[in-house]
Ligand binder design. Sequence first.
Ligand code: SAH
Ligand code: SF4
Ligand code: F3S
Length: 453
Amino acid sequence: MTKKLFIKTYGCQMNVYDSERMAGALSAHGYTATDLIEEADLVVLNTCHIREKAAEKVYSELGRVRQLRDRRRADGQDVTIAVAGCVAQAEGEAMLQRAPFIDVVVGPQAYHRLPEMLARRGNRGPGIVDTEFPIESKFDELPDALVPAGPSAFLTIQEGCDKFCTFCVVPYTRGAEASRPAGAILREARTLVQGGACEITLLGQNVNAYRGTAPDGTGWGLGRLVRELAEIPGLARIRYTTSHPRDVDDDLISAHRDVPQLMPFLHLPVQSGSDPILKAMNRKHTADDYLRIVERLRDARPDLALSSDFIVGFPGESDEDFRATLRLVERVGYAQAFSFKYSPRPGTPASLMKKQLRDPVKTERLAHLQELLEVQRRSFDSASIGVQMEVLIERDGRDPGSKVGRSPWLQIVHLEGPDLRVGDLVTVEIEQLHARSLGGRLLGPPAQRGRAA
Ligand code: SAH
Ligand code: SF4
Ligand code: F3S
C-alpha cells in the first residue's frame, strides 16, 4: 500500500533541492508525494534557522500538524511527523523537549538515513534524532535526482561553509565546506537535461568555493565546472548561487565572458557597505574589494546584472555605517536584492556583541534601504522596455493561451503564446512594465523546444 508524503520547505534553494531528494529516497519505500497535507501519512518540515522568525515559524506549523494528527487519529488513522533541515540540526534533541510529539528529527547531512529512521521509529516510544555529520555522503546514498519538476532545475554541488561570518548559523547547521566530485555533478546534470531541464542552477552555501575532484584526478573550480556543463547539448542556461565575494576568482570571471550559457545575472551578497561593519561581520573583504570585483565582472560581461543580500542593524552599526551601505547600493545599482534586519542567533559571536541595536532603528533603516532597492529594481525593469530578449517558458499563465517565463536576468515575463509549451526558449520584445513583472510580444518560433507534452 502506498503512503502519502507531504513536505513543506522553508529557507534557501538548497532545502528545495534536499526536499526533492528526500522525496526520491522515500518513493523507493512506498511514499508518493501529495500537495494536500490533510491526506498525508508522513509530514516532513524541512526547516530554516537563519533568522529567529524563520525558526519560530516551524513551531507554529508543528502545532498545526499536531492538530491534524489528532483529527486523523480520531478517524483511526495516523500521521508521522519528521523535522529536517537547519532547525533540526541546530536544536536536535531540544526539539523533542519543546515538541515531544515529533517522531523523527534529522539533520541535513543524514537524509539518506530517513527511511531507515522511520522504520526504526515504528509507532511507539519517544522520537528519534540523527544530527550526525556521517562519513558517508548523502549524495552517494540518495538516488540521483529523478525527473526534474520543470524546465529549470537545481543541482547542489557544494555544501557547508568555512567562512564563519559572525552573524550566521550556516557553518554550524551545514558543517564544513565540501564539494561533490565533478563527475557525479556532470552525470546528474545530464540526467536532468534528459528529463527535460534546460536550465540548471548550481547550488551551494558558498557555491564559488567549489573545488571538486575531476575525472582526470585534478581539482576543478566553479569556472571549469561551468565550462564543462556548457558542453551538454540542450542545456541552454546555467546559473549558480550563492557566491561569496572572496571566492570570485579569475577563471570564474572569464567564464562569464566566454560561456554564453552562463546567464548574465549574479547574486553576490555584500551584507554591508561599511568597512568597520564588514570587519565585525568577519566578511574578510572591504566595500572597495567588492566594488572592484563587480567592476571586473562587468568588464567581462557588460550586461551582467547584480543582486545581493543586506543586513541592517548589525551590532554597533552607526548612522554613518548605514549611509555607507546606501552609498554602495548607489554605486553598484542592483537589479534586485534581499534585505533583512539583523537577528541575533544562538551560538553566534555577533549575538554576544555589546551595542545591539533597538528594533525601531533596524525597522527604520530597513525601510529606507528597501525604498532605494525598489527604485533600482523598477529602473532596471523599465530599462527592459523595447529590448529583445530570450525567455524560457516556465508555466501557463492565468488566461487561456498566455504563458509565463523568465528573462536571462530572472525577471518574470508574461506573453501570449497559445502554441508554446513549457521549456520553450523564445525571443520576446518587452512592451509592458507590471508591478513585479514584464509583458512581452513573441517574435518568432522557439529557438529550442521544451520536452513537456
Ligand atoms: N551563504 C550565503 C548566505 C546564506 S544566508 C552568503 O554567504 O551570502 C542568506 C542571507 O541571510 C545572508 O546573506 C544574510 O544576508 C542573511 N542572514 C544570515 N544570518 C542573518 C542574521 N543573523 N540576521 C539577519 N540576516 C541574516
Ligand atoms: Fe553564512 Fe557567511 Fe557562510 Fe554565507 S559565507 S553561509 S553568510 S557564514
Ligand atoms: Fe536556512 Fe539552512 Fe538554508 S539556515 S538559509 S535552510 S542553509
